[in-house]
Design a protein around this ligand. Structure first.
Ligand SMILES: Nc1ncnc2c1ncn2[C@@H]1O[C@H](COP(=O)(O)OP(=O)(O)O)[C@@H](O)[C@H]1O
Ligand SMILES: Cc1ncc(C[n+]2csc(CCOP(=O)(O)OP(=O)(O)O)c2C)c(N)n1
Ligand SMILES: [Mg+2]
Ligand SMILES: [Mg+2]
Ligand SMILES: [Mg+2]
Length: 330
């Protein structure tokens, strides 16, 4: 990159979408007007070259798109409406300005879907890996945010999308790189990894649904996220392995492998949640009427806090292993 200021001016949006924005890029900080009817929701996630992506697993456009998507997914898991984002980028010498602009174009692609505005950030140089940190701001009707701590005994556990596709796609990319020779099915797995879509519409339905709902997004794998729900709520989750909706492109692989991708792979960015069992059917009906995915995968039981996986022969404890476990396998 030749000039930080020219770059910032280049990536500054010409027009913005949110009428509550009073000052975006161009001052010491951004200013937007809050609303007394909403609770503000904010979070940040970082993607690091070598850990979350490599030049041969994601294109620059996809790095940007995913960097924003993983954050919008956390907003979705709170039931929030996405509004704004801020981007901090630490640029290493192996990245040129054109690639950086593509990263921003990727973020803008996804931001358009939700009318989100880029309202600030930071640009610095760094030694080796590119680091992309995105902060998102959203809002949810007062009192409607969906938390991890509200699951209760007797609830049904559900997911809002298929799982395992992203980890399967990553494995293909790590073997063959971006330009490998992939079948159509394999390409759908690559896309599950490269261009996950956050479940904002599902999150919004769940925020406005008149039932007690707990919610979390699946970034580290089903086992890890289910454990977070269980721990935060002080309950036990029983997941039935034959109810887990695997990504269709891994339907034909051995069950053990499917389970490993879905439970411990991560980055599927579907939502996992609980709802009182007597309200689960009507929630499922509402999802299906809107053309959205909804699948019951288990229930909340009395007993020691934790997560168990059950099939017709046995049940076993699912430890809170996610990405780390994946890494240990090499
Ligand atoms: N370095 C940190 N400093 C402060 N809070 C953090 C830090 N890392 C994570 N958190 C907080 O810990 C909680 C869990 O984080 P994380 O597991 O990354 O959530 P998620 O998987 O939804 O992105 C969040 O409330 C997050 O804001
Ligand atoms: C090159 C590469 N290796 C490994 C992975 C797998 N991976 C990296 S981070 C991660 C988990 C999610 O990231 P994290 O920073 O824990 O997100 P958060 O839970 O905070 O949302 C996974 C599965 C990857 N995406 N790319
Ligand atoms: Mg996080
Ligand atoms: Mg999350
Ligand atoms: Mg996250």
């Amino acid at each position: 990159m030749k000039d930080e200021f020219a770059f910032i001016s280049n990536i500054s949006p010409e027009k913005t979408h949110q009428s509550s924005l009073l000052k975006g890029i161009g001052d010491d900080a951004a200013v937007y007007r809050g609303s007394s009817q909403f609770d503000e929701v904010v979070c940040v996630d970082t993607m690091v070259e070598g850990i979350h992506f490599r030049k041969d697993t994601l294109t620059p456009l996809q790095i940007g798109k995913k960097g924003l998507a993983v954050n919008v997914s956390d907003l979705a898991a709170m039931g929030a409406i996405p509004l704004f984002y801020l981007v901090s980028v630490a640029v290493s010498p192996s990245w040129n300005e054109q690639e950086l602009r593509e990263i921003y174009a990727g973020m803008e692609d996804l931001a358009k879907e939700y009318q989100m505005d880029l309202i600030g950030g930071d640009t610095v140089s760094t030694g080796d890996a590119l680091v992309l940190t995105v902060t998102v701001i959203g809002r949810v009707e007062q009192g409607c945010a969906r938390y991890r701590h509200t699951a209760q005994v007797g609830d049904t556990v559900f997911v809002t999308g298929t799982v395992g596709g992203s980890a399967a796609g990553l494995e293909l990319l790590l073997q063959q790189g971006l330009n490998g020779d992939f079948t159509g099915e394999e390409q759908s797995l690559l896309l599950a990894h490269q261009e996950p879509m956050p479940h904002v519409v599902a999150g919004r339905l769940l925020a406005n649904y008149s039932a007690r709902i707990s919610l979390n997004d699946i970034s580290d794998g089903l086992a890890s996220e289910a454990n977070e729900l269980a721990e935060a709520s002080g309950v036990q989750l029983m997941i039935e392995s034959d109810k887990i909706p695997f990504h269709p492109a891994i339907a034909q692989i051995p069950h053990q492998k499917q389970l490993e991708y879905a439970l411990f792979g991560g980055e599927d960015f579907a939502l996992i949640g609980t709802v009182p069992s007597e309200q689960s059917d009507s929630l499922a009906k509402m999802f299906s009427e809107k053309g959205l995915f909804f699948k019951e995968i288990g229930s909340v039981l009395e007993g020691p806090v934790g997560v168990f996986l059950k099939d017709e022969h046995q049940q076993r404890k699912l430890e809170k292993q996610g990405y780390n476990h994946f890494q240990k396998r090499g």
